[in-house]
Design a protein around this ligand. Structure first.
Ligand code: SF4
Length: 489
């Protein structure tokens, strides 16, 4: 692995004095006109337009003017992170779309091909639609997902876009209109009712898109009801966001940012943790003064800032980048939290990193940092049964295997269980793994089958969990007289 110095600042254009943090967005129609792209060949721009027909594209002036090193395009990691890349589509589909754009194919013909390609990209991975949406009285609860017992995800209607789109985003279907927005919620009333009835939930994750795209006044309408009576069991309110990387001015500039800091203070005053789950992909995102000021201001206001990102080929698949990011995050008062594996959707063929390599990169980065940054967990797959950690590679009696661990599970009884998969250098996701050591299936598969057949993902009715815990306690502490007798002989 190279020991390149990723802390060196890239060769960036001088910041325009006219640039005052005013948000300006660029999308598909700017791919021919954006001045910075004129140094690419016309064929390259055509290729980008072809990809942007299928997958969402949105960047802003901060990324274009302050983060991308245009002398290093197309290899620049922030360019790879945000601009469409020719390799993101299968070769035949890519060729077909380029040909159609060249001959100005009729809009209906183009739309039909685009739709076909989108559906070939596994738009709904990990049972998000079928298994995670909770039902009360037979009706789905709007704007919510409840996969793990303690945590509810909430999707406010106005927070379903981002300041820019990541090329690898697994939520891409909603940005291209493949998922309608009916699942998102306009108000918090349904969430509050649900939480009052579900005392097992201790954490609400407000997510999107990016909830920080909303003005604080609007965000308040979702947050304040969570601070009221009857919800004392909700100990933390989390915000999943990439705004500290994509638009840090959200936290530093103007009355709206001040109001957000007040809101964080109010969450803390209500006795709850206000957690910013900040998505940072590359070191460069943390090197600007404004990004550092944003993180420090959030921490100063009383928020816990935890950082996470997927490991992505062409973007951040080197250990030094991660080690330097984690160190920088710790120095700013943030807590490194997760390295994820790229999900099995969208342009995964272009971005995916095989599991063995992901494990190597994580390990090499982990070795470079002190215990203060070793709060990070990974590499981890958020797949249908739960969050699966690649914990190691081991050889037992001549068979090489991945050592896996269920960090989080649909069934709480699965959490923290270690299991093994046959070592496979090509595997890049859970469904490509087979059980090791002659096992027919993984320990959770029977349980998953039952959930899929019943359509009921929530298996943690309190009585059942209590019973499980009771069984476990009994098994753990029941004295093993037979064992004792043999030992003492
Ligand atoms: S910020 Fe998050 S939700 Fe938005 S495009 Fe990136 S990965 Fe997707």
């Amino acid at each position: 692995m190279s020991m390149r110095d990723h802390s060196a600042k890239p060769n960036l254009p001088q910041k325009s004095t006219a640039f005052q943090g005013k948000f300006q967005v660029y999308s598909k129609q700017h791919l021919e006109t954006l001045p910075q792209l004129q140094k690419l060949t016309p064929d390259h721009r055509l290729a980008m337009r072809a990809v942007a027909e299928v997958l969402p594209f949105r960047v802003n002036n901060y990324l274009v003017e302050e983060l991308i090193d245009w002398d290093n395009v197309p290899n620049d990691p922030v360019f790879q992170l945000t601009f469409p890349q020719p390799g993101m589509l299968a070769r035949e589909d890519f060729g077909l779309l380029c040909g159609m754009l060249k001959r100005n194919a009729p809009a209906a013909e183009l739309a039909a091909e685009v739709k076909r390609i989108r559906y070939s990209l596994n738009p709904h991975p990990a049972g998000q639609k079928s298994l995670n949406v909770p039902h009360e009285n037979g009706q789905p609860v709007a704007g919510m997902q409840h996969k793990y017992r303690e945590t509810v995800l909430f999707f406010p209607m106005a927070g379903q876009t981002c300041h820019a789109y990541c090329t690898y985003c697994f939520r891409w279907p909603q940005f291209v209109g493949l998922d309608d927005m009916k699942f998102a919620s306009k108000e918090a009333a349904g969430l509050v009712e649900y939480l009052k009835a579900h005392k097992e939930v201790t954490s609400v994750l407000i997510t999107g898109g990016d909830p920080m795209i909303m003005r604080t006044q609007l965000l308040r309408q979702y947050v304040e009801p969570l601070l009221g009576p009857g919800l004392e069991h909700v100990a933390s309110i989390r915000f999943g966001t990439k705004a500290p990387a994509y638009w840090p001015y959200r936290f530093t500039q103007g009355e709206d940012a001040d109001d957000l800091m007040r809101l964080i203070g109010e969450i803390r005053a209500a006795g709850k943790d206000a957690a910013i789950m900040a998505h940072f992909s590359v070191l460069r995102e943390l090197q600007t003064e404004v990004a550092q000021a944003a993180v420090k201001r959030l921490v100063g206001a009383g928020a816990t800032v935890r950082t996470q990102a997927p490991l992505i080929r062409h973007v951040n698949d080197n250990a030094d980048n991660w080690a330097q990011m984690w160190r920088k995050q710790v120095s700013l008062g943030a807590i490194p939290y997760y390295m994820f594996i790229e999900r099995d959707t969208g342009a995964r063929g272009y971005f995916e990193v095989p599991l063995w390599r992901a494990y190597m990169i994580f390990t090499e980065a982990y070795r470079q940092v002190t215990g203060l940054a070793r709060t990070v967990r990974g590499p981890s797959m958020s797949c249908t049964p739960g969050k699966v950690l690649i914990s190691g590679v081991a050889e037992v009696k001549g068979e090489k295997a991945f050592v896996l661990k269920m960090l989080q599970g649909r069934d709480p009884a699965w959490v923290n269980q270690v299991f093994f998969a046959r070592y496979d250098q090509r595997a890049a996701w859970m469904d490509q793994l087979k059980p090791a050591f002659g096992e027919q299936e993984f320990f959770f598969e029977e349980g998953m089958r039952q959930m899929l057949e019943s359509g009921e993902a929530r298996v943690w009715l309190p009585t059942e969990v209590d019973a499980l815990e009771e069984t476990w306690r009994m098994e753990s502490v029941e004295p093993d007289h037979e064992h004792d007798r043999k030992r003492d002989q």
